[in-house]
Ligand binder design. Structure first.
Ligand code: CP
Length: 314
């Protein structure tokens, strides 16, 4: 365990401002919370008296549920706003919505929004801690943290790994957050997919770029397939789904290009048969559901650090 460090971040909008030590501190805190999740009674008083709001302008199954679970296990009160059933549908702005909710003494807001920059915008305007649950194509920091916690469990190391992230990189906030954190920790990150999904400029972010699946997966320790985000794109990114799957799907043949003990990941939700096949999802090297489990521990750690500064015994 690293020395307990002084935590002085109000928000978690991006992984960019975090040091390598701070990333490891979040992961180690999450590991300590995994023990709580194995107990018969999954409840600790750490955040008693705190209120946590989830405000999602886009659909979610995993992120929203696991944040709610995390907050409840830490004894915080939780409020979930469905934007379609709120005054957002009457035209209330994001800032007015959040200011009104904050007036009810909210301590943390988890926001998901299609606008890249929504979480940053709010973080500068409210006293509550703002946690980015995914903003447009920008970042999804807690997804990357749970991905890395999963990699740590299976590979026992946090650096020196070759990680191939395959698919719709262009629209992926998961790819961006993973790239930032995995590079800070000292890993090789490869973006693999068609040129339409990986502009050359992405090299400047520190990723190696491969437009050929076999080359991109060669010797990889981790293969992370990404969802094709049909809702964020028009036509012209690939000829047909069949053609895309033939060239870039993670299937029982293409996975053999990676190391024999490579783990197979996907942030979900999955387009089965497009970016990854059902038989690979059933393969024993596939850790997709472990990622989901780790999401609760990571989100407990993030809520705990932001709302207590790590000063309360967990
Ligand atoms: N991975 C992820 O963000 O899943 P949800 O969209 O279901 O939250």
């Amino acid at each position: 365990m690293t020395e307990k460090i002084k935590w002085n971040h109000k928000d978690l909008v991006s992984l960019e401002p975090l040091s390598k030590e701070e990333l490891i501190y979040i992961l180690e805190t999450a590991k300590s919370f995994e023990e709580v999740l194995k107990r018969d009674v999954k409840k600790v008083p750490t955040l008693r008296g705190k209120s946590v709001l989830t405000l999602f302008y886009e659909p979610s199954t995993r992120t929203r549920t696991s944040f709610e679970m995390a907050a409840k296990i830490l004894s915080a009160d939780t409020i979930n706003i469905s934007t379609s059933a709120s005054s957002v549908s009457k035209g209330e702005t994001l800032l007015d919505t959040v200011k009104n909710l904050e007036a009810m003494s909210i301590d943390a807001i988890i926001i998901r929004h299609s606008f890249s920059g929504a979480a940053e915008f709010l973080s500068k305007r409210v006293k509550a801690s703002v946690i980015n649950g995914g903003d447009g194509r920008h970042e999804h920091p807690t997804q990357a943290l749970l991905d890395i916690l999963t990699i740590w469990e299976y590979k026992n190391i946090l650096s020196g790994l070759k990680i191939a992230i395959v698919g719709d990189i262009l629209h992926s906030r998961v790819a961006r957050s993973n790239l930032i954190a995995l590079k800070k920790l000292g890993n090789e990150v490869r973006f693999v997919g068609p040129a339409t999904f990986i502009p050359e400029t992405f090299r400047e972010l520190g990723a190696e770029i491969y437009y050929n699946l076999e080359e991109g997966l060669y010797d990889a320790d981790v293969v992370m397939a990404l969802r094709i985000q049909k809702e964020r794109m028009g036509s012209g990114f690939y000829p047909t789904e069949r053609e895309y799957a033939r060239c870039f799907s993670i299937n029982k043949n293409s996975i053999n290009f990676a190391k024999k003990d490579a783990i197979i990941m996907h942030p979900g939700p999955v387009n089965r048969g497009l970016e990854i096949t059902s038989d690979v999802l059933d393969d024993k090297r596939c850790v997709v559901l472990d990622q989901v489990t780790k999401g609760v521990a990571v989100r407990m750690a993030v809520l705990y650090l932001l709302l207590t500064g790590g000063k309360v015994e967990n």
